[in-house]
Design a protein around this ligand. Structure first.
Ligand code: PGA
Length: 263
């Protein structure tokens, strides 16, 4: 794992956007794995800005989102399809037909999950997958106890996740308890993973992810087995890492080496 600790959320958004920009520059028809939640919103702002300025085009890019609420149509304001349209797709030059979010309103969600996996494979797999992390260590909607090799499927949300996401729903509004989510195995197959985490509420989950055992009790700990996972953290999210100073030192050494090599 590469662990990058930065001063604030703005630097994290810029760092993450830069990785995505580099990926698209190297391969214009890149396949991006995208995430919802509050953490990636600023990063999407950076991508929109880069697209507006002409520095970055999404013309040939395809995307797959991690997850969706089961039972919500894409036009529903609480759906993740709607979120993605509002926070990214409507503002960039991407072909909307090349953007995929699991279909929350599928008549047969089990078949739809299988089809989602097949579509990712048909595009040649995900080049770079963006992730947030739940306070309980979930990635996508892979809650604790999710199989470490799981594929896209229907998952039940924990009370902790329902409570965390309640802030997005108004009082009395229907809040789904089920989801369709890429599995941990699906995420592990992506060629690069970039996980962003900010704030003290994520510190325990980050500690378990980086320095805890590899366990389904902390789904993000599976990233210990990923060949190219980057965790981009602010000081508060990194606060409980015992190796914090070593990770900072390692990152400085990495940067020196890349500068020497002109990369
Ligand atoms: P957040 O959600 O970005 O809103 O904190 C992250 C997650 O639950 O994966």
């Amino acid at each position: 794992m590469q662990i990058v600790i930065l001063a604030d959320a703005e630097l994290i958004a810029k760092y993450g956007a830069d990785l995505i920009q580099k990926q698209i520059s190297a391969k214009p028809c890149s396949v991006l794995g995208l995430a919802t939640g509050s953490t990636p919103v600023a990063l999407y702002g950076e991508l929109i800005e880069a697209n507006r300025s002409g520095a970055l085009s999404f013309h040939s890019v395809s995307t797959f989102n991690l997850d969706e609420y089961l039972g919500l149509e894409g036009s529903h304001p609480q759906s993740y399809r709607h979120f993605m349209n509002e926070h990214l797709f409507n503002h960039i030059d991407i072909d909307i037909h090349n953007t995929a979010v699991p279909p929350g309103n599928a008549v047969n969600p089990i078949d739809a999950c299988r089809d989602y996996e097949a579509s990712i494979e048909a595009k040649g797999g995900i080049d770079i997958q963006l992730l947030g992390i739940g306070r309980n260590g979930h990635i996508g909607f892979n809650e604790p106890s999710s199989g470490l090799s799981s594929r896209t499927r229907v998952k039940t949300l924990t009370q902790a996740t329902i409570a965390d996401n309640a802030r997005f729903f108004s009082e009395g509004e229907f809040q789904p308890h089920l989801s369709m989510t890429m599995g941990i195995g699906t995420i592990m197959d992506s060629r690069k993973v970039v996980l962003l985490a900010t704030g003290a509420s994520k510190a325990d989950a980050i500690k378990a992810t980086v320095e805890g055992p590899l366990t389904a009790s902390c789904p993000a700990s599976a990233l210990q087995m990923h060949r190219d996972a980057v965790l981009v953290l602010d000081e508060a999210a990194a606060a409980k890492l015992s190796g914090r100073e070593f990770y900072k030192h390692t990152e400085r050494e990495n940067q020196k080496l890349l500068a020497q090599l002109g990369i």
